[in-house]
Design a protein around this ligand. Structure first.
Ligand SMILES: O=C(O)CCC(=O)C(=O)O
Length: 231
């Protein structure tokens, strides 16, 4: 089946008259890789200038908190820290947000951020079901700090216990941009596994968008409390 062409999306509230700063924070053109007929990932290595400076500013400047997640019948402490922020938290984040809106032509949610303090912090394989409509989404990740495995797994393989078979490791470096599109949140899982022995931190800056089309997800999101009937 030929790769599906996604419809362009409408653009709201973007000020296209904004002049680029003398030395832009972000630059480069994404290269699209099709994972299957309906799912792609856009990769832009080295998209962000001075990723270490931005990492430090966000690490030191944001109010990081540790969430508690309901798993089966009890709460667990999420093994990473998270923070919500406004695009103007840092000039680089503001410029990144505008550049993403211009390029993809949609209004993204976010950014939200996650801090993996070292290799013990991690994120299990999951889909972003909290978007509710997952048939046509954009998940944008700007990676800062340590390079970590960043694993995509076809959902079918994961369901049959053969997760390793079709797994792809994007392993973004500091300053790299990755954008998952199409049916990535319907048909693929993504996660950041533990990396024993790693002492450096990593920050993931994330923007999300859904077209709101397609069937709604049934069941809780990865972070939502889960309830099971007693019967
Ligand atoms: O750390 C990352 O880049 C992935 C983050 C993610 O998938 C999430 O928070 O849902």
């Amino acid at each position: 089946m030929p790769p599906q062409t996604l419809e362009p999306h409408t653009l709201d509230g973007v000020d296209s008259s904004v002049e680029a700063p003398a030395q832009p924070w972000v630059s480069g053109s994404p290269k699209r890789h099709w994972l299957d007929a309906t799912t792609w990932v856009d990769l832009t290595p080295g998209w962000l200038r001075d990723p270490n400076e931005v990492y430090r500013a966000l690490h030191d400047g944001l109010a990081w908190r540790q969430a508690r997640l309901w798993r089966y019948d009890h709460y667990v402490t999420e093994p990473r820290l998270t923070a919500g922020t406004r695009p103007n938290a840092h000039p680089a984040v503001l410029e990144a947000t505008k550049a993403l809106r211009r390029h993809y032509g949609v209004e993204f949610d976010g950014p939200s951020l996650a801090l993996y303090r070292d290799g013990r912090d991690a994120l299990g394989a999951h889909r972003d079901r909290e978007l509710r409509h997952t048939a046509d989404t954009l998940i944008v990740i700007l990676s800062l700090g340590a390079r970590r495995p960043w694993i995509l797994t076809p959902r079918g393989a994961a369901d049959t216990g053969r997760a390793a078979a079709g797994a792809i490791d994007l392993a973004p470096r500091a300053g790299d941009l990755l954008v998952l599109g199409g049916r990535a949140q319907a048909d693929w899982l993504h996660g950041v596994p533990p990396q024993p022995g790693l002492r450096e931190g990593r920050i993931s800056v994330q923007w999300r968008w859904t077209s709101g089309t397609g069937p709604p997800e049934i069941g809780p999101g990865y972070r939502a409390p889960r309830h099971f009937s007693g019967g």
